[in-house]
Design a protein around this ligand. Structure first.
Ligand SMILES: *Cc1c(COP(=O)(O)O)cnc(C)c1O
Length: 446
């Protein structure tokens, strides 16, 4: 088998066994005796190979991936250009530690991020291993630059699982439950959630700003940290004007505006960044998931003056910007630009929204279909109310998975189905996935 081996992988979903199949069940038994049970189980089909939007399991089933490993493989699985870059780099060296002896690919990733990030003026970047680590470093930079401590975050926010980022994350179960005490100086303010609050962007911003001013005070606040479209919290798209008003308030009050674009960034929403749609800029932007074609890599990109405020040695880490991950990122970003994956995301979004809006008209229980580009969600509620139906969301996802279409859920109330297909998914594959999803929704809600 060659390294990428894409030619041996079918381009259509092909199911040969019950899912999970016998080999997967054997491996699942081994997993149960070897792996800590606190690690989420998801759908226990064990994957052997993958290409594009198809993952092949150990029983030879070809499944359709509508989750991209949580918005990571936006460029698709096993892209030959990226695999070649990984193999080439691995053959030369896999680690020096950039802080000890540098290499070009780290610099190239920073250049690519600086060029694209929605940040005014010259930018600088620093690379890390995971999204949570990038968020922690953004907070470090904001505190250092302002000399203030407070960090404001939003209802429904998700920023990671380390101690500080657990504090920044809203949802208790499963992310925070039993894991305290949490880091101090974190304040939660109301998000704009148009489906549930009915407020315009300016109204929701006024509500949030009133909490910022009355309960924290700008003089105590280092940063306002927000996902421009919330991910784990339920793909909540704030009403137009909300983000711009918050950014303007931050600018007027010496508060660092941090956009966590770890899930929404990198072509996912039809632009390089979700902030682009409203022309809003941030002081600092965090990225991770989609930037390196599946390799673990994360970054903070920000206004040069802010980024340069930190003393030498204050930022870094042993593995941050690892050469193999950096090589993958350089190749992935080039691939995204060359194949206009932002345009592809808009095309996918149009297909998803038209099919799903039709279903929302037809079926009781779809409270809202929302999203932007290839980041689309379906919020399920008791018919005629806004009461969340988490069990229905779970049942729909399970029905899709059982037919070999990988669909994820999310949301503070667990009642949201989320679609994050690889941006290289073909129209045929997307139609197939939507057919299975529509069938599952009809079965569960009908
Ligand atoms: C996934 C995610 C994180 C955490 O990233 P990890 O790589 O899992 O640490 C932070 N913020 C957002 C918006 C995310 O979606």
């Amino acid at each position: 088998m060659t390294l990428t081996d894409a030619a041996t992988i079918p381009t259509a979903r092909t199911i040969r066994t019950a899912l999970p199949g016998p080999r997967s069940l054997e491996l699942q038994a081994r997993r149960t005796s070897a792996v800590a049970s606190g690690v989420s189980k998801g759908f226990p089909v064990f994957i052997e190979r993958a290409a594009g939007a198809i993952v092949v399991d150990v029983d030879g089933n070809a499944l359709l991936d509508l989750g991209s490993g949580i918005a990571v493989t936006s460029i698709g699985h096993a892209v030959p250009e990226v695999t070649d870059a990984i193999v080439d780099q691995a053959g030369r060296f896999v680690h020096t530690c950039f802080m000890v002896t540098p290499y070009e690919s780290y610099v190239a990733v920073c250049e690519a991020l600086n060029e694209r990030a929605p940040v005014e003026g010259p930018a600088r970047s620093a690379l890390f291993n995971s999204g949570a680590e990038a968020v922690e470093n953004a907070v470090k930079i904001a505190r250092h630059a302002t000399g203030k401590a407070g960090v404001a975050v939003f209802d429904h926010a998700y920023h990671g699982r380390t101690n500080l980022t657990m504090a920044l994350t809203a949802k208790s179960m499963p992310y925070k439950h039993g894991f305290g005490p949490f880091a101090p100086e974190v304040y939660r303010v109301p998000m704009s959630y148009p489906y549930r609050d009915g407020l315009s962007g300016p109204e929701a911003a006024a509500r949030a700003i009133s909490v910022l001013e009355s309960q924290i005070g700008a003089t105590n606040l280092a940063a306002v940290l927000i996902e421009p479209i919330q991910g784990e919290g339920g793909f909540i798209v704030p009403a137009p004007g909300f983000l711009g008003a918050l950014a303007a308030w931050c600018r007027a009050n010496d508060v660092v505006f941090i956009a966590d674009e770890i899930q929404s960034g990198f072509c996912r929403t039809g632009d390089w960044f979700a902030l682009n749609a409203e022309g809003v800029t941030a002081d600092l932007v965090t990225t991770a998931k989609g930037i390196a074609g599946g390799m673990p890599l994360a970054a903070v990109t920000g206004r040069a003056a802010l980024m340069e405020a930190v003393h030498e040695g204050g930022l870094g880490g042993t593995y941050g910007g690892n050469p193999v991950a950096a090589a993958a990122a350089v190749a992935s970003i080039a691939y995204m630009a060359e194949h206009d994956l932002a345009g592809r995301a808009r095309h996918i979004g149009a297909q998803l929204l038209s099919t799903l809006s039709g279903l929302a008209d037809e079926l009781q229980g779809i409270g809202e279909v929302r999203g932007r580009g290839a980041m689309v969600a379906i919020e399920l509620v008791e018919p005629g109310t806004t009461t969340p139906m988490p069990n229905a969301a779970k049942a729909v996802a399970q029905a899709c998975n059982a037919e070999g279409v990988l669909v994820l859920t999310c949301g503070t109330y667990g009642n949201v189905l989320r679609l994050l297909p690889p941006l290289v998914i073909t129209d045929e594959q997307l139609a197939d996935g939507l057919g299975v999803l529509s069938g599952a929704l009809r079965k569960v809600l009908g």
